[in-house]
Design a protein. Structure first.
Length: 505
C-alpha cells in the first residue's frame, strides 16, 4: 500500500481560524492513525493580504494545539513559476487556451445570456478555437489575455468518489471554460493547488466541503496533465446557530485559535472540542483524555455529512464561546493528572505575577500547591479561573465579589463582631485541621444562637472574595491558620453597620 500523504495549506491572511484548525487536526489525526506524512504548505499567493505575521501566527497556533507536520512549511509563492509552467503545458497540450475577451465584453455576454434566460450563462467559448492569425491580431492590439481550461464539449460528466459524501458528479454541460491564469500572469488557486499537490505527492485531499465546487475542475486538471488523481474527502462545514458560515468578520476573535489560547483553554481540550465539530464514534462519548485516545478512535467513516453548529451567540453574558467547548475544557481540568495540570496553572500565575517559586521546589510547599489544585479545580472551566476566581488562594491581594459581599458579608451587622470572634477561636487551636475548625465554628454559632450558614457564608466571602467554592473547612485548612484569621479580622471591617440616628433638633 502506498504511503498516505496529506496536506494542510492555510492562507496567511490572519490568525489561524477554527475551521482551519479543525482541518489541520483531522489531517494530523489521520496520518497518526494510519501512518504517513502531513505536509504544511503556506498558500501566500494573495500578495495584498498575506503577511509574515499571519504566517507566524498560524504556525504558533498549530504548535499550541500540539499539531506537528512532517514536511514544510513550504511557501506556495516559491513555486509560482512551476504553476505557470503547468499552465503553459496545458496550453501546449491543447487542454487550455488564451482568452482575449475584455471585462466589458464578458459583462455584455452575461447580460445577454441573462436577458435571454439561457440555462447556461458561463463563458461562451469565443476564444476557444482562435486561429494563430486571430491571436496575433488581438496581441497586436495590446489586449491582455487570461488562460482558460478547455472543458470537453461532449455529453457526460466529471466525477470522483468522495470518502465522505460518496460519488459526486457534475455534468460537463454545466461547466464553462474556467480561468486558470489571470491576465497579470498570476495562476489561480484551482491550478496552483493541483500543481502543488502533485509536486508534494499528496494521495488524499482532506478539506472543507466549501471546496467541493473546485474538485471537479481540479480532477480535470489532473487528468489533462496525465497525473494521478488523489482521493478526496470533504468535511461538512461548521455554521453558527443562524446557519451562517463562521468567520472572523462576522463573529470576531472567538473563531480564532488565539482566542482559546489567551482565554485559558488547555490545548488538548480545545482539540477535543474541535474534533467533535463534525465527527463522532456514533455514541455519546465526548471526552478524549489524550491525543492517543482520539487517534485510536478517529476515522473518516465517523465524519458527518451534515453541517455542525458552533453554538456561539455574540454578546451572550454567560458564555464567552460555545458552551460545549467550556464543558469539555472543564472535564479535562477535572480529570487530568494534577501534576500535568500544574505547569498550565503555573503559567497563568506567572503571567499574573503571583507565582511563588517555592511551589516548584518540592517539599511541603509543592505538596500544598498540588493538593490545592486537586481541591479547587473541580469548580473551574478555564485556566484563567485560577487567577481570577481562585486568586485568594495564591495571593493576599484578591478582589471581593460585589454580589457575594452584599449577600453574605453584609447580611447582618453583627458579623463585624462574629468574624473577629471566630478568628480568635481558630487562632487558639493547637491542632488546626478539618475537624477542629468545623467544631470551633459550630460551637461559636451555638453560643451566639445563630445559624451556622450565616457565619460560614460570611467567612467564605471574607477569606476568598467569592460566594461559592470548596467546603469552607477545606478552605480554612488550605489557607492555613495565620492567613485565615488575619483575613477574618481584616474583612470584618467591610461589614455594614446600622446607620447612626440623627440627633433630635
Amino acid at each position: 500500500m502506498a504511503e498516505i500523504r496529506v496536506r494542510f495549506p492555510p492562507s496567511p491572511t490572519g490568525y489561524l481560524h477554527i475551521g482551519g484548525a479543525r482541518t489541520a487536526l483531522y489531517n494530523w489525526l489521520l496520518v497518526k492513525k494510519l501512518g504517513g506524512k502531513l505536509v504544511l504548505r503556506i498558500e501566500d499567493t494573495d500578495v495584498e493580504r498575506s503577511t509574515e505575521a499571519s504566517a507566524q501566527a498560524i504556525l504558533d497556533g498549530l504548535k499550541w494545539m500540539g499539531i506537528t507536520w512532517d514536511e514544510g512549511p513550504y511557501l506556495q509563492s516559491d513555486y509560482a513559476e512551476h504553476h505557470r509552467e503547468t499552465a503553459e503545458a496545458l496550453v501546449q497540450k491543447g487542454a487550455a487556451y488564451r482568452c482575449y475577451c475584455t471585462k466589458e465584453e464578458l459583462a455584455a455576454k452575461r447580460e445577454a445570456a441573462q436577458a435571454a434566460k439561457k440555462s447556461f450563462q458561463g463563458y461562451d467559448g469565443t476564444c476557444r478555437d482562435l486561429t494563430d492569425e486571430q491571436r496575433a491580431a488581438f496581441e497586436s492590439e495590446g489586449r491582455e489575455s487570461v488562460v482558460r481550461f478547455r472543458v470537453p464539449r461532449q455529453e457526460g460528466s466529471v466525477g470522483f468518489n468522495d470518502l465522505v459524501f460518496g460519488l459526486t458528479e457534475v455534468s460537463l454541460a454545466e461547466l464553462d471554460d474556467f480561468v486558470i491564469v489571470r491576465s497579470n500572469g498570476v495562476p489561480l488557486y484551482v491550478l496552483s493547488n493541483v500543481a502543488d499537490d502533485h509536486r508534494d505527492r499528496i494521495t488524499l485531499v482532506l478539506r472543507g466541503a466549501d471546496h467541493l465546487v473546485n474538485t471537479p475542475k481540479q480532477v480535470m486538471l489532473y487528468q489533462a496533465m496525465g497525473w494521478d488523481v488523489p482521493q478526496f474527502a470533504h468535511m461538512a462545514l461548521t455554521l453558527d446557530p443562524k446557519k451562517a458560515k463562521i468567520s472572523k468578520r462576522r463573529h470576531g476573535e472567538v473563531v480564532t485559535v488565539q482566542f482559546y489560547r489567551d482565554h485559558g483553554f488547555l490545548p488538548w481540550a480545545f482539540c477535543n472540542f474541535m474534533a467533535m465539530l463534525g465527527w463522532s464514534t456514533g455514541d455519546d462519548r465526548e471526552l478524549y483524555e489524550t491525543p492517543e485516545d482520539l487517534i485510536r478512535a478517529f476515522s473518516i467513516e465517523g465524519m458527518a455529512k451534515r453541517n455542525s453548529v458552533f453554538n456561539y451567540r455574540k454578546g451572550d453574558p454567560k458564555f464567552i464561546t460555545d458552551p460545549k467547548a467550556l464543558h469539555i475544557n472543564a472535564l479535562h481540568l477535572r480529570t487530568m493528572a494534577v501534576a500535568d495540570l500544574a505547569p498550565h496553572v503555573k503559567q497563568q500565575l506567572e503571567a499574573a505575577s503571583i507565582w511563588d517559586t517555592a511551589w516548584d521546589e518540592g517539599g511541603d510547599r509543592r505538596t500544598w500547591f498540588l493538593e490545592l489544585l486537586e481541591l479547587i479545580r473541580v469548580r473551574y472551566h478555564l485556566l484563567t479561573d485560577f487567577v481570577t476566581l481562585a486568586r485568594a488562594f495564591f495571593d493576599d491581594d484578591y478582589p471581593m465579589d460585589a454580589k457575594a459581599t452584599k449577600k453574605s458579608l453584609r447580611k447582618d451587622p453583627a458579623l463585624a463582631q462574629y468574624l473577629p470572634q471566630l478568628a480568635e477561636r481558630l487562632e487558639g487551636l493547637e491542632t488546626y485541621n478539618l475537624e477542629t475548625t468545623e467544631t470551633t465554628l459550630r460551637a461559636l454559632c451555638e453560643e451566639l444562637s445563630i445559624k451556622p450558614g450565616l457565619l460560614i457564608n460570611a467567612s467564605r466571602v471574607a477569606i476568598t472574595g467569592q460566594g461559592v467554592g470548596p467546603g469552607i473547612f477545606d478552605v480554612f485548612t488550605a489557607l492555613g491558620q495565620d492567613r485565615t484569621c488575619a483575613r477574618l479580622r481584616d474583612k470584618a471591617k467591610l461589614v455594614e453597620q446600622p446607620a447612626t440616628p440623627s440627633p433630635q433638633s
